[in-house]
Design a binder for this molecule. Structure first.
Ligand SMILES: Nc1ncnc2c1ncn2[C@@H]1O[C@H](COP(=O)(O)OP(=O)(O)OP(=O)(O)O)[C@@H](O)[C@H]1O
Ligand SMILES: N[C@@H](CCO)C(=O)O
Length: 354
């Protein structure tokens, strides 16, 4: 057996883009990159357990134990669902991550997609894209980030209505999909993980005007998606749902038009389903989204919370620095420091075999 080596590269994503809560996602030019090597077993020394090294965002908090790390746990789930009980021996993984954790830029979605691709490569499974999406959706239950990270671009997705048996199969607790594997890394954990139903997620890629870039204004604090979902109501008024549906219908086409129309897009990026409820967790959110407008900041098209926050995403054709620096001043008044990055819309994930 020869040494096998490959690289997995997955983009950051911004979900929702205002009115598209749990529906739309946009891939962005920050990446999680895994460099993976499997060396042949050396008959004179024992087989080595998986070894992970890590650099970049999250390096001080991410677990390096392959049975605790999100990416490798997802990979093991995919392997086990496909009849392979363990990681190969002598597996080394270096993760280099540009996507900040818990900021609304899809770090967990990227880690999950990287895990699905890793499982697919390690097991030489040749899974089709749609099946890889099924595995990702068993772990991250809303489709917006993982779909955009998988296929790239500005993407809309829905979860298919499943029959009773498939609904039950897709609703197993996450702890059963990704069990806390025992610390004994040599163990065989059997091959009965909950299998994803077939064809859970469906998507379409919208057009995107080449002139639009994304300014990510990133507060220096983490907000977990779980916490930012807890503050959302379980029911909405018809008025608020119609408000969002009207805007989302316009937005999906407006962002592809040349030249993009700031008046149309600014209004179409407003939301009444998640942002109003999240302002208690993100001081400065309503002030930033209402004070930075196409009139005050030429080049701005629209501004919203990125994913579950706390990052703010401004879509613009020019004037990027003024948008970001003025958002910085508003956040500073609330005692929050930010960093900002000018990002492009990225392609989907890729696997490069060496
Ligand atoms: N590269 C990674 N490797 C391992 N675990 C990761 C990685 N990236 C993210 N995670 C895990 O995901 C958590 C963050 O997920 P969370 O859903 O709260 O935020 P997010 O994905 O960054 O934001 P959003 O879903 O709003 O875009 C981290 O705290 C960490 O546990
Ligand atoms: N649609 C999700 C994205 C976060 O991952 C949310 O806003 O909670």
């Amino acid at each position: 057996m020869a040494t096998r080596s490959f690289t997995i590269r997955v983009p950051a994503t911004s979900a929702n883009i205002g009115p598209g809560f749990d529906v739309v996602g946009l891939s962005l030019s920050l990446h999680l990159t895994l460099t993976v090597t499997i060396t042949p077993p050396n008959l004179s020394s024992p087989a080595l357990p998986p070894a992970i090294t890590y650099s970049g965002e999250g390096a001080d908090e991410v677990p390096l134990d392959a049975y605790k790390n999100l990416t490798t746990r997802v990979a093991l789930y995919v392997l086990r669902c496909n009849g392979i009980a363990k990681f190969p021996s002598n597996l080394t993984i270096h993760a280099d991550n540009e996507i900040p954790f818990g900021r609304g830029l899809g770090s967990s979605g990227a880690a999950v997609i990287a895990g699905v691709l890793l499982g697919n490569e390690l097991g030489e499974l040749n899974l089709p894209l749609t099946r890889m999406l099924d595995f990702a959706l068993m772990v991250e239950r809303h489709p917006d980030n993982v779909t955009a990270a998988l296929v790239g671009g500005f993407v809309g997705s829905y979860l298919r209505e499943l029959d009773k048996a498939a609904t039950e199969a897709a609703s197993v607790p996450l702890s059963e999909v990704l069990p806390e594997y025992p610390p004994d890394a040599g163990e065989d954990w059997g091959l009965d993980p909950p299998q994803p139903p077939l064809g859970i997620g469906h998507y379409v890629r919208f057009g995107w005007s080449k002139s639009i870039k994304a300014v990510a204004i990133i507060p220096r604090f983490e907000l977990s998606t779980a916490k930012a979902r807890e503050v959302l109501p379980t029911e909405y008024t018809r008025k608020d749902l119609v408000f969002n549906l009207q805007r989302l219908a316009v937005l999906t086409t407006a962002l592809a038009q040349e030249p993009p129309d700031p008046e149309l897009i600014y209004e179409a990026m407003k939301d009444r389903v998640h942002q109003p409820y999240r302002k208690s967790l993100i001081p400065g959110l309503p002030e930033v989204t209402s004070n930075i407008t196409p009139c005050s900041h030429p080049g701005l098209l629209g501004i919203c919370l990125s994913g579950a926050g706390p990052t703010i995403l401004a879509l613009a054709t020019e004037g990027f620095e003024a948008i970001a620096e003025d958002a910085r001043l508003i956040f500073r008044e609330k005692g929050i420091e930010v960093d900002w990055k000018l990002l492009e819309v990225a392609g989907g994930c890729e696997v490069i075999r060496k």
